[in-house]
Design a protein around this ligand. Structure first.
Ligand code: AMP
Length: 219
């Protein structure tokens, strides 16, 4: 496998980025780096970082570029990220994308997948989503785990994320259109963007992404 298989998975909240990144991370043996997961873990652990960002995450707004860029710089120092990473939820602004180029060098990013779903579907998926606070497993509101509130994989509490309520969902999708959608043109101009239809079964999405990776000779 080529060194530094750094892939960006872009797409609206609810597009299925987390699910796909978990699968791709196993398939290509590179870590799934989600800035949202890092921030939520800090909140859960009640660290100084967590306390400083908790209300921002609850509202659905973005935290500052400087803060997340520092988190990513630290994450790329870790040994498991030396052969690459799957970036989920980062970059989210042009300033973050430029900082990432500075960090990884001009050809550091090999591919940017845009998991494309309509806004109505993203809204529907987010409002039905329930997550395990311990292991991060994702359920929908009609699953037995969501109804009982207990994760069948680890016994952790299954909850509705504070930012998966209607107002924060609206905020997050507006932030996506305003701050993150411009990244599509940014990566397209570098020949790195491939759009994958996210409105199909998770298995079909995985197959589509893997074939792009293989056609591009990345793995
Ligand atoms: P996510 O799980 O990716 O939807 O992220 C959850 C929340 O974490 C977002 O609504 C933001 O408040 C914050 N966040 C995650 N990644 C970033 C980022 N790259 N830039 C700014 N805020 C972020």
């Amino acid at each position: 496998m080529p060194k530094r298989l750094n892939l960006i998975i872009l797409g609206k909240q609810g597009a299925g980025k987390g699910t796909q990144c978990k699968r791709l991370s196993e398939r290509y043996a590179i870590p799934h780096v989600s800035t949202g997961d890092i921030l939520r873990a800090a909140i859960q652990a009640d660290t100084a970082l967590g306390r400083s960002v908790a209300s921002v995450l609850d509202s659905g707004a973005l935290v500052s570029d400087d803060l997340v860029i520092k988190l990513i710089e630290d994450r790329f120092q870790q040994s498991d990220a030396q052969d690459g990473a799957l970036l989920d939820g980062f970059p989210r602004t042009i300033a973050q994308a430029e900082a990432l180029e500075d960090l990884l060098g001009e050809d550091g990013i090999k591919l940017c997948i845009d998991l494309d779903v309509p806004t109505e579907l993203a809204t529907q998926r987010l409002s039905m989503r329930r997550v395990c606070q311990e292991c991060g497993s994702i359920y929908v509101e009609t699953d037995v785990e969501a109804i009982s509130g207990t994760c069948s994989k680890c016994g952790g509490d299954v909850i509705q994320r504070a930012d998966d309520y209607p107002d924060p969902i609206r905020q997050r999708l507006e932030a996506y259109e305003r701050d993150t959608a411009p990244l599509l043109a940014f990566y397209e101009s570098r020949g790195l963007l491939v759009v994958v239809n996210g409105n199909q079964s998770p298995d079909d999405v995985t197959v589509a992404i893997q074939s792009v990776i293989s056609i591009r000779g990345l793995a």
